[in-house]
Write a protein that binds this ligand. Structure first.
Ligand code: ZN
Length: 183
């Protein structure tokens, strides 16, 4: 009972019913001006750096996983961010630069993977073709060559499929955001 503070002081009950209403209106009004879904739809800043979480094309340029980039102000920018194609770069991150094109990456391994797939002529190296064995008939050799060619083709196809699947596993898109943006 002793040490009672004045009504309306911080942490104390408002002095009157009218004051309580005013306080509630002020709080609700403030919150009502900035609902979360509006904040999420703001276009991402063109000044901040982002990290690509997937392999995709942005502004007609290929981006690889882990690559640093900045938005240029396209219509779909907020969508890329909301879907988790990209996340904002932590300012303390160490960056690794590609010696061929200067692109920066958040991990050395991702930089090396980029360099290998973008800057070497052999994006995918199939196994060496079989060599005709001494005394082997041309038909037998042709069969083995056909089998090799088919297997190499499948491996090349599955190379891209594996990459897509791996990226889906480690950096899934947040598709719930597309539902929300339609409502
Ligand atoms: Zn490069």
């Amino acid at each position: 009972m002793a040490n009672e503070k004045a009504a309306g002081a911080p942490g104390q009950a408002p002095a009157s019913r009218e004051a309580a209403h005013a306080a509630a209106a002020a709080i609700m009004g403030e919150a009502g001006n900035k609902p979360d879904h509006v904040a999420n739809r703001e276009a991402p800043s063109k000044d901040k750096k982002f990290v690509s979480m997937r392999t995709f094309d942005y502004n007609s340029k290929p981006l690889d996983r882990g690559q640093i980039f900045q938005f240029v102000g396209l219509g779909g920018d907020a969508r890329l961010r909301d879907l988790k194609y990209v996340v904002e770069l932590d300012a303390n991150s160490t960056l690794y630069e590609c010696p061929s094109c200067g692109a920066q990456f958040i991990q050395m391994g991702l930089r090396d993977g980029h360099a290998k797939s973008r800057h070497s002529n052999t994006r995918f190296v199939p196994p060496a073709p079989p060599i005709r064995e001494p005394g082997e008939t041309i038909h037998s050799y042709q069969n083995r060559l056909d089998e090799w060619a088919q297997a190499a083709g499948r491996m090349a196809d599955s190379h891209d499929e594996r990459r897509d699947k791996m990226e889906n596993d480690i950096a899934p898109l947040d598709l719930s955001k597309t539902q929300a943006s339609r409502s």
